[in-house]
Ligand binder design. Sequence first.
Ligand code: SAM
Ligand code: SF4
Length: 467
Amino acid sequence: MSETRKVHIKSFGCQMNVYDARRMADTLARDGYAETADPEQADLIILNTCHIREKAVEKVYSELGRLREMKEESAALGRTQTIAVAGCVAQAEGKEIIRREKAVRLVLGPQNIHRISELVARVNSGEAVVDTEFAVEDKFEQLAAPKPEVTRARGISAFVTVQEGCDKFCTFCVVPYTRGNEASRSAERILREAESLVSQGVREITLLGQNVNAYHGCGLDGRDWSLSKLIARLAEIPELLRIRYMTSHPRDMDDELIEAHRDIEKLMPFLHLPVQSGSDRILGEMNRKHTRAEYLAIIERVREARPDIAFSSDFIVGFPGETDGDFEDTLALVRDVRFAQCFTFKYSPRPGTPASSMSEQVPEEVKTERLYRLQELVERQQHEFNLSCVGRELDVLFEKPGRHEGQIVGRSPYLQPVPVMAPQSLIGTVARVRTSELRTYSLIGDLVGAPADRLAQNSHSEVNAFA
Ligand code: SAM
Ligand code: SF4
């Protein structure tokens, strides 16, 4: 295959899709495809889709319409462009995508991305291909690892998927249907991937899973390991400075994981823990399998274990049957917890899920009004949280050069961007910053001490692959 082939991958939705897109790019690189950010330059265009809300699906179809026009213009100039749809819309819609949009030649589900090379070859020989059968083989083992220069270009923070799928069947959610049953990767393979990333300069790893804290992979000792055990082992990698994980389910927040927040310094004090609603009645209808009181008790226990922790969450407003009183319960829960950040959604009926056929669907204008009120509250809380970080000393992991000369930008433990005037040699290291001002979402500040001192103090390594 020619070295000049180019692939453009556009990802929608969650971080797991970002991870899948990268692994597809790594695998196609083995076949001679170079990544391009410009779809017009691409021989192969992959939309890596999300099915979680209706709007996301419609976005895909309108994007496909634009791509069809581009493909037709290219064809007029004698160039062939191949359009593929991957991700959860591909899984849910299957061949319907090719029926609705003839420009698409390949449809592949999230469990089939490791077959991308073979499927693209079939398309290139003239076939239109739909592959949405859940694969039995371990896809992660068959996907290519990134080349060292690619890892470096992606930056010091990387995702590693450790768990996929979901058996919880919340009544609003398509994930159990599009991503399949819950399955965890073995600790050995995760460690191998993490060590390889770290050897190529990665300093922060976010462990991903639809229900990441339900992780129960085969451990190095042959026994089932929990997420806390996996994190403890990853924390032993000297040059890995920070560990995060998402998305968690309240039901799987066990004692060991809460203790890990107390005991493992590299585990960042920021926890995304979706609750969806503050009303017990609605939580029951959603099949969340936890109550409001249980959620609040978890928050309290995590705060006891790690007093400087901050929380974020997901909320759905306008779930079928949600009354004004139920919605007030949600607002009250938000006031009780005081979140640092929240993602808020209007309920979107997903075909095939139990909630989509529930009576008492909430009118659109009521959903809109509730979303607006909830957003107003969570944005105020986010601002208050960010303000509470001003005037503090925070550890910052520096990621890249800033917009101004002599400036570099990093992230606080709470993921706020922190630009400071400092040498580029600090990129890839953690240094302490005294913050003095909040500008929109960024904390402005100055370095406190030399990073080497801090790192020695934290028994972190000073290795800086980006200097
Ligand atoms: N596993 C996570 C959990 O248990 O909370 C959530 C994963 S889901 C991919 C991300 C978020 O999308 C959910 O937390 C929920 O708030 C939102 N979501 C899922 N289905 C939705 C729907 N039908 N309508 C609106 N929002 C939805
Ligand atoms: Fe969807 Fe519920 Fe599973 Fe989360 S726990 S992925 S919301 S079914």
